[in-house]
Structures are given as C-alpha cells and as structure tokens.
Design a protein around this ligand. Structure first.
Ligand code: ASP
Length: 434
C-alpha cells in the first residue's frame, strides 16, 4: 500500500513527523539524542544529493551539448539565460525594497530586544564577518576581472573536487561538449557520445535511489532544525518570532509575490506553460529545496523535474539549471534587500535613495556570489550592509529566524531557475520551429 502513496506525499509526511518529533524532543529533554542520532541521517541525505551534483552537471551537460547541431545556438541560449537571470534578480530586490519601505517592519522593533540580540550574537557575527571579509579580500586583490578568471580552472580534477566550483565544471563541460560536436565524424567520437549517454542514465538512476530515501532524510532534517533553533535560543523561540514577525512577513510576502505573480507573468509572456502545471511539475524539487535550504543539493532533482515533468530538453536544462543554481538567487536577493533596510530601520537610520539604489546593485551581485548552500545569503548580506554604512552587527537581529527564511528563499531560488529554463526551452523550440 505504501508503494501507491506518491513520493511528494511521503516527503510531506516526513516533514510533518520531523516537526512533531522536534517539538516532542524539546519538551522531553530529547535535544541531544536528536542531534546525536537523528540529525546525521539528514546530513547523509544532503551529502548524497551533493555527491551526485558534479557528476550530473558534467555528464548531462556534455550529453546535452552532444545533441546540439550548431554552436551558435549555445551562445544565443547563454545570452538569453544571463539576461533573464539578471532581470529577475533585479525585479526581486526592487520588490523587496518596495515592500520593506512601505511596511517598515523595523521601525517598531523594540530597543531592548535589539540590544539583547546584539550582545547575544556578538561572536557569531564575528565568525560570519571573517567569512565575508575573505570573499571580499580575494575580489579586491584580484581586480575587476576576478569573476571571469575564476571561471577557468587550472585543473579539472581539483575543480571537480569541490561543489563550490560548479561554474568551473560547467566551463569544462561546455568546452568538452563543443569540441565533441566539432569532431563528430572522426573515428571513435560516437563511442564517447554513447559512453556519456550511458553514464547519464546511470546517474539518473542514482538520483532515483536517493529520492527513495527522501522522506526519511527530510524527517531527520526537520527534527534537527526544530531542536537547533530551540538550542540556540533556549526558552525564547516564541518571543523572538513574535518580535520578528513583521520582518518575516515582509520577506515571505515578497517571496510569495515572486512565485505567484512574477513567475506566472514570465511564463505567460514567453511560453504556453500553464502555471499550475509548472508548479505541479517542480513541486518535488521545491519541497526538497525547502527541507535542505540548498539549491546545489536540490539541483539533481530540479533537473529531473524539469526534464521529466516539464518536458524541457536536456540541452537546455543541463545548461540553464546548474548555472541558475549557482548565480540566480531571486529569493536570496529579495531577502537581502528586505533585511538590509529592516536592520537600518531597527537602528533608526533613514536610507537615502542613493543608498537604496546601492542595495539593488550590491544585493544583485551578492546573490550572484552567494554559494548555493544553507546560510550563504546572510554572509553575503554583510557586504550589502557595509556598502550602505549599516553596522554589520545588525545581522544579529535576524539570526534567530534566518534558517526558516532560508528554507523559503531557497524554494524561490529554484523556482526562478526553473521558470527561466521553461522560457529558454520554449523560445528555443520556437526559434527552431519545433
Ligand atoms: N540557501 C540558499 C540557496 O542555496 C542561499 C541563501 O540564500 O542562503 O539557494
């Protein structure tokens, strides 16, 4: 009977039971047991998804390009993809700014709660600050072409050994794929193509295997998140969430507008996809993004959903989605815009229009630079704060609710990537009269 329950329902059940477990553990002294015996299963689940990410990008991109008849198609697709990614990110930050300036959730933030949080999270802020400094320093010392230089790895084996180097792996796969189609009639090349096709099937099967364990993985992740929030803020979770309710509501409202208004708009302008079918198609990936807070860990499932459920061609999904997971974070940029202004408001600072425009620029860049892993957005937020002269220590104010918000913004991040993939797929088909 269990076999007949769809996977998404089982994942839902996993989430629900995880939350229940977490609440029971908090109230019965089971926090340590949960951290020792349940949490590791969540990490194992995320690791196994991450494990497959690099091989999947490499193989599916090479296979995808193998099916392309001319290389000019790639540059056209690349330009469209980057253009849409930047556009959707700018829309997201601007939306966040409009909402936070209208609703002003930071204005009413109680001063004593602010002082309390500032001293409580002092050391954690320091830790994040040094991580952000590291990113900034390498950009400053390497000059303006730092990002382009970073794209080209000096060694593919070492590049592929770190999930943070996804763009470098994409670069190599593109190079390999283009070279492969340029010599397609030479002896032996077809066998290489067949080899990658076979490898691709095997990797997709591994994704299937991992997804079978998803309900258990999600259960463990949720149980751990609940007890960790309580462990970090003993006895204060309720009051902190109430104090930050206005901020959370502003972020969630903005994310909701992205998902239910902006993306459907994008889909209806550029494609014939029905929004409801789109949502149904990527629902599994959205749930996984919500539970793991990592676009990178979700990538194998996002690609699977795009191809199997939305019918997006492999040559498009294998190109657009990995790049999107790395650089397109609409949810993160919206959140960074809201958080920066919220913190300024809580400190009683009025931001000028120039400072607000600076936020659009820095949050767009910061979201591009954020790694696709949990909490990356809050580290890059420090750079946004610095650019407008708001004290970095201000991130202490939002720590307590950052993990739940990370779950929502990651879900929006992968939804945006998938919407853009639909647009690229549709416009490419139209271009080729398919
Ligand atoms: N967790 C987000 C992601 O993986 C990044 C962030 O906003 O922290 O997409």
């Amino acid at each position: 009977m269990l076999k007949r329950i769809p996977l998404y329902a089982k994942i839902f059940l996993g989430m629900f039971l995880g939350i229940i477990w977490g609440i029971i553990a908090i109230n019965t002294g089971g926090i340590q047991i949960t951290l020792d015996w349940i949490k590791p299963w969540g990490s194992i689940f995320i690791n196994s998804l991450k494990l497959i990410a690099i091989p999947l990008i490499l193989v599916s991109l090479i296979k995808g390009i193998g099916g392309i008849s001319d290389v000019s198609k790639l540059s056209r697709m690349g330009l469209k993809t980057l253009g849409l990614y930047v556009l959707s990110t700018i829309i997201a930050v601007s939306l966040g700014l409009i909402l936070v300036n209208t609703l002003q959730p930071g204005k009413a933030f109680p001063t004593e709660v602010r002082e309390n949080l500032l001293s409580k999270y002092q050391s954690k802020t320091g830790e994040f600050l040094s991580k952000a400094e590291l990113t900034k320093k390498s950009q400053e010392t390497e000059g303006p072409l730092y990002f382009i230089k970073e794209l080209v790895p000096e060694n593919i084996v070492s590049a592929a050994s770190d999930n943070r180097n996804m763009l470098q792996v994409i670069f190599f796969a593109l190079l390999f794929g283009i070279a492969m189609i340029s010599v397609k009639n030479k002896p032996g090349v077809n066998s290489v193509k067949d080899f990658f096709e076979g490898l691709n099937e095997i990797i997709l099967k591994i994704v299937d295997f991992i997804m079978k364990a998803a309900p258990f993985g999600v259960f463990a992740l949720f149980a751990a998140i609940i007890v960790e929030i309580e462990k970090d803020n003993p006895g204060q979770v309720g009051s902190l969430f109430i104090a930050l309710a206005g901020y959370c509501a502003t972020v969630i409202l903005g994310l909701g507008i992205m998902v239910f208004i902006v993306y459907p708009g994008l889909l209806s302008i550029f494609t014939k996809h029905k929004f409801i079918n789109f949502l149904r198609g990527i629902f599994k990936a959205q749930m996984l993004a919500f539970s793991t807070s990592s676009s990178a860990a979700t990538l194998p499932v996002t690609m699977d959903c795009a191809e199997r459920n939305l019918g997006i061609k492999k040559e498009v999904s294998s190109f657009v989605l990995p790049i999107g997971a790395t650089i397109n974070m609409d949810g993160t940029s919206l959140y960074q815009g809201v958080a920066a202004v919220f913190i300024a408001q809580a400190f009683g600072m009025e931001l000028t229009i120039i400072q607000q425009l600076t936020i659009i620029l820095t949050a767009t860049l910061a979201s591009i630079g954020s790694a696709a892993v949990p909490s990356a957005g809050i580290i890059m937020l420090l750079i946004v704060l610095e650019s407008i002269g708001v004290p970095a220590a201000g991130i202490s104010l939002i720590f307590a609710v950052d993990r739940p918000l990370d779950m929502f913004r990651t879900t929006v991040n992968i939804t945006g990537d998938s919407a853009v993939a639909c647009v690229i797929d549709y416009t490419e088909r139209k271009h080729n009269n398919i």
